[in-house]
Design a protein around this ligand. Structure first.
Ligand SMILES: O=P(O)(O)O[C@H]1O[C@H](CO)[C@@H](O)[C@H]1O
Ligand SMILES: O=c1cc[nH]c(=O)[nH]1
Length: 284
């Protein structure tokens, strides 16, 4: 079936609408970062950069380290942008953009988020690295897609909904092959993805929070020994979109804030650089 011009919008040069990319301009291994400036912090480690493209907050650099081809793309903040980035990346590999038809043979991308995050647990200190086991979304993105969860995901979700009845979260696990490749030596835990940085993450500046107990409820939740360890704004959407589109995804979090001690890292760049170097060494 032909995909319409309004469902999949292309620019005059044939590139996808927001990412401004053509199919040959992305690698099958993709690192996503929130911050546009972090794209260069990743690609400065490439031996060669062959593509540099930008539109709005979406900057892409594609290059190689040795024989490994890698793209790094900035998503900006939030799962609304993850919807755009994942649909357009998927279209680049799994849709014939000329005929506007889905390809018969699908490509499964390997997608790794390197992001920053706030800790909810005393033993997840600032300036540590955390690999997400499950992403739990308190945003609404995945409520618009059809999907099936595994039994394990459903059991965690049921327990969570019982303890936080005011919310309707969704849950997706990280890809297990990426976990084996990348997670060694990192703390592991469940990551909560929020729909904002302030009240949705339990912060108060001037306006009272309707759910002042939210982050304390998350902190004390546990299921079969697994805990919620950290908060950020993209991971659950990334794991969910990868699941529905047939890609592999995971999330590596540089812990910058300790929400319980109300402290923020004195040198965020150092732990982000550590995360970048470790991921680049391990994906090769
Ligand atoms: O550092 P990045 O990757 O942007 O990730 C975190 O930082 C941003 C908020 O400051 C949100 O995008 C959150 O998920
Ligand atoms: O507390 C934090 C730190 C980084 N990113 C977030 O979304 N929250």
């Amino acid at each position: 079936m032909k995909i319409s011009e309004t469902d999949l919008i292309l620019n005059p040069d044939g590139s996808v609408y927001h990412l401004n990319l053509l199919p040959h301009e992305i690698a099958e291994t993709i690192i996503t970062v929130g911050d546009q400036d972090r794209v260069l912090e990743v690609s400065k480690h490439f031996d060669r950069v062959e593509v540099k493209k930008q539109k709005r907050e979406f900057i892409t650099h594609t290059g190689t380290i040795g024989n490994k081809r890698i793209s790094v793309i900035s998503t900006g903040i939030g799962t609304d942008n993850i919807d755009i980035v994942f649909n357009e990346l998927d279209a680049l590999v799994n849709v014939d953009l000329e005929s506007r038809k889905e390809k018969e043979h699908k490509t499964s991308l390997e997608i790794i988020r390197i992001g920053t995050s706030g800790s909810l647990q005393e033993d997840v200190p600032m300036d540590s690295l955390l690999f997400t086991t499950f992403g739990i979304g308190f945003d609404t993105l995945m409520n618009f897609y059809e999907f099936e969860n595994s039994n394990n995901e459903l059991m965690i979700l049921d327990a969570l909904k019982e303890q936080l009845p005011a919310f309707n979260p969704y849950i997706f696990s990280a890809d297990s092959s990426l976990k084996r490749k990348l997670a060694e030596g990192m703390i592991t835990g469940m990551t909560v993805t929020c729909s904002g940085f302030y009240a949705p993450q339990g912060r108060t500046i001037r306006v009272k929070n309707q759910h002042p107990e939210f982050i304390h409820q998350l902190k004390s939740f546990s299921y079969n020994g697994s805990r919620i360890t950290n908060l950020e704004m993209e991971t659950a959407g990334i794991l969910g979109m990868a699941h529905v589109l047939g890609h592999k995804a995971c999330s590596v979090n540089a812990i910058l804030a300790s929400r319980l001690d109300q402290k923020f890292s004195a040198n965020p760049a150092a732990i982000v650089e550590k995360a970048i170097k470790l991921v680049l060494e391990r994906i090769n």
